[in-house]
Structures are given as C-alpha cells and as structure tokens.
Design a protein around this ligand. Structure first.
Ligand SMILES: Nc1nc2c(ncn2[C@@H]2O[C@H](COP(=O)(O)OP(=O)(O)OP(=O)(O)O)[C@@H](O)[C@H]2O)c(=O)[nH]1
Ligand SMILES: [Mg+2]
Length: 259
C-alpha cells in the first residue's frame, strides 16, 4: 500500500514522512520510506530507498536545463528506473510505502509526467494521496479557497483517493482549529466566511465565491485533517484515515475522501 505525500514547497512532507513511518511501524507494520525528490539536499530521515541513487538534478543542469526545468526532466526520467525502484521496494516486503515527493507542485498539479511516473511505481497496488496544505493558507477564507482549488487539481491529475491535510496545525490559532476546520467541508461554509470577511478585494471575493461554490458542487473536498508532527494523536488520526480509505476496496474513484 502506497501513501503518497504531496504538497507545496516546505509544507512538511519530508518531516511527516519520518513521523508517519514511526507511527505506522509502532503498530507492527513494515514501512519503507521512498525519497522521490531528486533535488533533496538533506532529509530529516534516512531514506530506505532514494531516487537520488538513480538520478540527480545536477546531471540535468549540466546538460543546460535551468533549475526548474532540470527538476521536471529529472522526475520524468524516473520512468526509466521504475522497474528497479519497484524491485527495491518489494525486497523489503513492505506493508506500507511512503513516497516523499518534491515541493515543485507543478509536477503533480499540472503536468502529466509526475502522475505517470508515480503510477509506474504504484501500478496496480492501492494508493492514497495525502495532500499537505500548509497552515499559512488558513489565515483567511480566500487563501483557503485557493489551496483547496490546488488540492482538487492534484486530485484530478492523480485520480487516487486523497486526504486533504492541514500541516503544521500547531501553528493555527485555536479558534480556527476548533471552529472553522471541522465545519469547512459543510456546503456553503466557505462562502459564508468570505461574505463575512471585510478585508477581501472585491474582485478576489467574486472569484473566490465562484470557486468555493464549484468546490462544493463537484464534491472535490471532504473532511480536512489537521496534522502536526508535534502532536502524535494527529498522526495516529491520519493513519486511521489512511487505513479507512485503503480498506475500502479496489475502486479508484476520482474523489473518494470520506465525508
Ligand atoms: N511547527 C511545525 N513545523 C513543521 C511541522 N512539520 C514540518 N515543520 C517544519 O517545516 C519546515 C519544512 O519541512 P519539510 O519537511 O522539509 O517540508 P517539505 O514539504 O518536505 O519541503 P520541500 O521538500 O522543500 O518541499 C521544517 O523547518 C520543519 O521542521 C509541524 O507539524 N509543525
Ligand atoms: Mg521535502
């Protein structure tokens, strides 16, 4: 079973990869951490499998690509090593494989290469995407709509069940954590927040209202799970949601987040 961590740069993917592994191992599972970031300079964990053993971003830069183009070309080229990576994975006979992806979200939200490469690793196995939304996006409703739109974009590209998480939830003010987050998936809640907020530019307000409506109508986000690596209960809760989704059988609905 694959757990694919995806999120904006610095949203906490690598740190969560490390804590999540410890939590899942504690319940007796074999867990493999796969670093999928060819440009990672240092990681907060020791990767069991490291894509940097196969490709390096510097090799692409040496061929004349810029830093961003190199990253895209490097990730695309993982396809050439998919069989070897899979062999490495299965040599561990793992119960769970946690894939720690690069923060260049364009790879998974907009381009086709990222999803193709991930599928070449996951193949017919079950997989769940954990999309990390940095707590900084939960300061105001327009930013919330923006990050949820991005979450839905990732979901349409990867077509795997997805859990939308607020990362670094220890940094969110208590009132938002206790009152807003548990309600946010209720139809119309974001619009009411937008209407009540008096410091949003009218143009931004109009667009955000329309996007919020579409998000609810399309069913593109369910419950949002706050996660902080400093609060083990939140990690256990995330693991519980992952198990819930992975136990739901083989159906690969576009959006399959529990409501
Ligand atoms: N307060 C707080 N900080 C966190 C948490 N998780 C991660 N961080 C910090 O956020 C920063 C970025 O974490 P990373 O795990 O490197 O984030 P990333 O998404 O892997 O970053 P990229 O791979 O560069 O996209 C680090 O300073 C972490 O210590 C959390 O739950 N709470
Ligand atoms: Mg990282």
């Amino acid at each position: 079973m694959f757990i694919v961590l995806i999120g904006t740069a610095g949203s906490g993917k690598s740190t969560l990869a490390s804590y999540l592994k410890a939590t899942i191992e504690a319940s007796g599972n074999v867990v493999v951490n796969l670093n999928f970031d060819p440009a990672a300079e240092s990681l907060p964990y020791e990767a069991d499998i490291d894509i940097r053993d196969y490709i390096k971003v510097e090799d692409f830069m040496a061929r004349g690509y810029g830093p961003n183009g190199s990253m895209i070309a490097a990730v695309d080229s993982i396809i050439n090593y998919a069989n070897k990576v899979r062999e490495e994975i299965y040599s561990y006979r793992p119960d769970f494989v946690i894939i720690d992806t690069p923060g260049q979200l364009e790879l998974f939200a907009y381009r086709i290469g990222g999803p193709i490469v991930l599928e070449s690793i996951v193949e017919d196995e079950k997989a769940v995407v954990v999309f990390l939304m940095d707590s900084i996006f939960f300061d105001n409703p327009a930013d919330m709509v923006s990050i949820l739109t991005l979450a839905s974009s990732v979901n349409t590209r990867l077509k795997r069940p997805q859990i939308n998480v607020i990362s670094k939830s220890d940094l969110i003010i208590r009132e938002v954590l206790e009152k807003v987050i548990p309600m946010i998936h209720e139809e119309g809640y974001l619009e009411s927040m937008l209407r009540e907020s008096n410091d949003i530019d009218p143009q931004v307000l109009g667009l955000s209202m329309s996007l919020a409506r579409v998000l609810y109508e399309s069913g593109y986000f369910g419950e949002i799970i706050p996660v902080s690596v400093y609060d083990e209960i939140t990690i256990k809760n995330l693991y519980g949601k992952i198990q819930e989704i992975l136990s739901q059988g083989e159906d690969k609905k576009i959006y399959d987040t529990y409501a």
